[in-house]
Structures are given as C-alpha cells and as structure tokens.
Design a binder for this molecule. Structure first.
Ligand SMILES: Nc1ncnc2c1ncn2[C@@H]1O[C@H](COP(=O)(O)OP(=O)(O)OP(=O)(O)O)[C@@H](O)[C@H]1O
Ligand SMILES: [Mg+2]
Length: 311
C-alpha cells in the first residue's frame, strides 16, 4: 500500500468580478491528477511556473479546498478530516514552503520557529524543548547558539535549513518540499539537498519534491511527474524521463537543462531550437483541442512505470 495516494484531485479557485464581487469563473489550478508516494520514496513534481505544483502540495496539506478527488494516507481517506481534528495526519505530513523569506516569521526567534509544531502536539518542559531544537539544528548542520537569533540574521541557505529543521521536528512520514533550493546558489543548493537526503535516511522519510528545474531533481528523485497546465503530461522512473522523454513538453524541459560541457554548446542550442519548432508545428499531436492535456496512458506494455498524456 502506498503511503500517500492522490486520486483525481481537483482544485479550482474562484474568480470574482464586478462591484458585487460575484464569482464569474474559476481558475482550474489542478484539474484531475492521480499519483502515489511510497514509504521512503522521493517523487519529483516538475513543471513551469503556474502549472499547479504548489497548489497540489497545499491540497495534500489541507490548505486549499478541493473541488474534487480524494487523498489517502496509509489507506485512510484524509479529505473527510479537512477542517476537523486531523492531528495524527497533520503530524505525519509537513511542508517546506516555497518562499522561505515569508514562511519564517521575522519576529520570532529560530527557537520559537522550530519549536512551534512541537508545542502544538507535545507537552515538553523548556529544557526538553531546547534540547530537541538543538538536536534538530545539528541535524541540518547548524550550531545551538543559532536558536536565539532571528531569521534576518541568516543567509538564504541557512534559512532554508531552518525550514527543513522545522519540517522534521515532529518526525513526519512525508514532507512536501516546495522548491526548497530554488532561491539558492548552486553550491549551497547541493549542501541543502545533501542535508535533506541524510535526514531522509535517518527518519525513513518520503518526499514530494517540487521544482521547476529537471536538472535539480535528477539526483533526488526515483520517480518523476511532469506537470503542465494543471495536469500531468508524463510520469516515469528517472530513466524513463531522462533517457526516453516522450511528451514534447518533457523534451522541452530536458533540452533547457544547461549543459556543463562547453563543447556541446552549439549542438545543444540546435537541439533546443528543433524541439521548440516541433512544439509550435506539432502542437496538435500532443495537446487536445483548446490546448488541454490528454489523459495519461501507459507508453507501452513492456514498461509499467512510464506514462504519457498522448492520444
Ligand atoms: N489562492 C489562489 N487564488 C487564486 N488563484 C490561485 C491561488 N493560488 C494559485 N492560483 C493560481 O493557480 C495556478 C497554479 O498556481 P501554483 O502556485 O500552484 O503554480 P506553481 O506551479 O507552483 O508555480 P510556481 O512555479 O510559479 O511556483 C496559477 O494560475 C495561480 O495563479
Ligand atoms: Mg509554486
């Protein structure tokens, strides 16, 4: 049984108009997606800005209302707990938010930021709490004296690590990590990713790892989901996606990963242009009328991991 199972999830945001602020339509931010995450697994959710990645993550945390679908955690339907006491679930699933500048409360000390989830769920003495926070800081490579500082006293990479420490404070089973390293320099990205991997091994965690960059997720994720226009265009193992990308959108994403080899610069540029041409000229082969994304289907019978949204 999968740890997390999402079935036909839909999230629609109302668009209000006129002086009365009546609902005049909906933004279909997520429009019928299904996937699962197994224990200890890292699943990458990749797509361009506005494709619906953060909304998917927030839906799993119960932070946005669902227009349809269901979410199972350890086989239990958690959607019926939304708005009620879901404490066991809220403890097991945590989120690292995309915008680390606003997700860490600037007025609070690191101690209070990291201890907040602990205070909601456990009754610890001041000493016990401080000990836990120090342990959590050390897991993400930070020393105890940082507990008394405020978020503005840290670099982006350090703030991101504080976000990781807070997310793991309750020993969750699943972390939705929304672009956890996108705002960081390349060298620091690797550092934070390594901490995330170490923590994963130590706690047996699963990640839903959200990113707009297929280059970043390559070494983190065994399974990849490519999202476009509120739907999934391709799902597969790391090998399926990087070695045999089939949807034109996936191929565009892969072609846009910068090459580290300067000798290949021209060849890559030509490849990128060819794919962009194909995207323009053969759009109808990959998208249904009105640009909507087809349902996923198994690519071929010899491989039960690779799915693509093509007719
Ligand atoms: N609270 C909201 N109210 C109305 N529309 C929203 C809300 N949150 C998201 N949207 C819309 O839903 C769509 C998907 O947004 P989402 O934040 O999930 O994208 P994303 O894939 O995370 O993008 P990015 O890579 O820029 O973070 C966008 O069109 C966005 O404008
Ligand atoms: Mg986002």
């Amino acid at each position: 049984m999968a740890l997390l199972e999402v079935k036909d999830l839909k999230v629609y945001f109302p668009i209000r108009g006129g002086i009365m602020g009546r609902i005049v339509g909906h933004v279909k931010a997520v429009d019928g997606i299904s996937f699962s995450v197994n224990e200890g697994q890292t699943v990458g959710l990749v797509g361009e800005s506005g494709s619906g990645k953060s909304t998917t993550g927030k839906a799993i945390l119960g932070l946005v209302p669902l227009a349809g679908g269901s979410i199972y955690f350890n086989g239990e339907d958690i959607t019926r707990y939304i708005g009620k006491n879901r404490s066991a679930y809220r403890k097991s699933v945590q989120m690292i938010f995309q915008d680390v500048h606003s997700s860490l409360n600037a007025k609070k000390r690191v101690l209070d930021i990291i201890a907040e989830p602990i205070r909601n769920f456990e009754k610890l003495t001041k000493e016990e709490e401080r000990k836990r926070v120090d342990e959590l800081l050390s897991i993400v490579g930070m020393s105890p004296e940082n507990a008394l500082k405020y978020p503005h006293e840290f670099s982006g990479g350090q703030r991101q690590r504080i976000g990781v420490a807070r997310a793991i404070a309750l020993k969750p089973k699943l972390i939705v990590a929304d672009e956890p390293v996108s705002a960081l320099d390349l060298s620091i990205q690797a550092q934070v990713l390594n901490y995330m991997k170490d923590v994963q091994e130590e706690l047996g965690l699963s990640y839903l790892f959200i990113s707009h960059d297929l280059g970043v997720v390559k070494h983190m994720c065994e399974t990849l989901i490519i999202m476009h226009s509120s739907r999934f265009v391709e799902v597969g193992s790391r090998e399926d996606i990087y070695q045999n990308p089939c949807h034109i959108y996936t191929r565009r994403l892969i072609a846009s990963i910068p090459s580290t080899n300067p000798d290949l610069k021209e060849a890559n540029e030509a490849h990128r242009n060819a794919i962009n041409e194909e995207y323009k000229n053969q759009y109808n082969k990959y998208y249904a009328e009105g640009g909507s994304v087809y349902d996923l289907r198994l690519l071929n019978e010899n491989n039960n991991t690779h799915f693509v949204a093509m007719p």
